[in-house]
Design a binder for this molecule. Structure first.
Ligand code: NDP
Length: 258
């Protein structure tokens, strides 16, 4: 029941594009307040404008507060001081969507630049951990909250692929971290969900091939990839379950990806 999200405050990392942007917009449509975080401020501002329009169109009176915060989740100091930049009326966050993440390159193990593997871990793993620590502390104090982590099918053993060692390792880490967190806070009302998408066509698809769109498009030959909106729907659905229901894992694939 989407009405459970009315008036809630949601913090989305990586909200400037792709799945994060679509998620922010869908929560806005459902009457939630949204804090949009990412590194690109201009892109964030544009998404926040779409959020405001979507909320207006919904006709809902509750929600409709949006803030954009420049945040590099890989920067520990920025994460630590994040709440200094969040407006006072949005400080009481109910849902964290740990979405910021990327894959850069399809290099084999011997060829991966140290800076590339460090950057992927810094964002996909350490950034996600830092954000989770920050919010879980608050969720424990208020005795409610929901952490929604973006894993991937790349976090499952059978989905390891040539050239994907680091990205897969980061998503395995997200999976292990999420599972442990779930057990650690089992005695609290805090919920923890991991969304594990298959192929989704976003900027991510092209970043993976360092901007080579032809190589990126080849991956989707013979199948219709998911859209960012498809994943946003799963995220919002998980968040809208009754408080006693924890949708622990959502594994979602395009119909022709097995
Ligand atoms: P996009 O490339 O479209 O968007 C990634 C978002 O993350 C952008 O808003 C980017 O914003 C942000 N971001 C990247 N690094 C950082 C950082 N260090 N700090 C803050 N924000 C950051 O990717 P998707 O929407 O496709 O991916 C979103 C999530 O879904 C990722 O975790 C990805 O691993 C996962 N996923 C994606 C799949 C796919 O096929 N697309 C499949 C499975 C999982 P900015 O550059 O402005 O900071």
């Amino acid at each position: 029941n989407a009405s459970r999200l009315v008036g809630k405050t949601v913090l989305v990392t990586g909200a400037s594009a792709g799945i994060g942007a679509a998620t922010a917009i869908l929560f806005a449509k459902g009457g939630s307040n949204v804090i949009l975080c990412a590194r690109r401020v201009d892109a964030l501002t544009k998404v926040a404008e779409v959020c405001a329009a979507a909320h207006k169109e919904s006709g809902l009176k509750q929600g409709g507060k949006f803030a954009t915060v420049q945040l590099d989740v890989a920067d520990k100091a920025q994460v630590a001081s994040l709440f200094d930049k969040i407006p006072q009326d949005l400080q009481d966050v109910d849902i964290l969507v740990n979405n910021a993440g990327f894959v850069y390159g399809v290099d084999r193990v011997g060829d991966i630049a140290t800076s590339d593997y460090e950057a992927m871990f810094a964002t996909n793993v350490f950034g996600l951990i830092a954000m989770t620590q920050l919010l879980v502390k608050r969720f424990k104090a208020k005795k409610s909250g929901h952490v929604i982590n973006l894993g991937s099918v790349a976090g499952a053993r059978r989905e390891a692929y040539v050239g994907g060692s680091i990205y897969c390792a980061t998503k395995h880490a997200v999976r292990a971290f999420t599972n442990s967190l779930m057990k650690e806070i089992v005695d609290t009302p805090i919920r923890v969900t991991e969304i594990q998408p298959g192929m989704v066509e976003t900027e991510f698809s092209v970043v993976r091939f360092r901007g080579d769109k032809t190589a990126a498009d080849k991956v989707y030959e013979g199948l219709q990839p998911l859209t960012a909106e498809d994943i946003a729907e799963e995220i919002v659905w998980a968040a809208a379950r009754p408080p006693h229901v924890n949708l622990a894992e959502v594994f979602v694939l395009p119909v022709n990806q097995a």
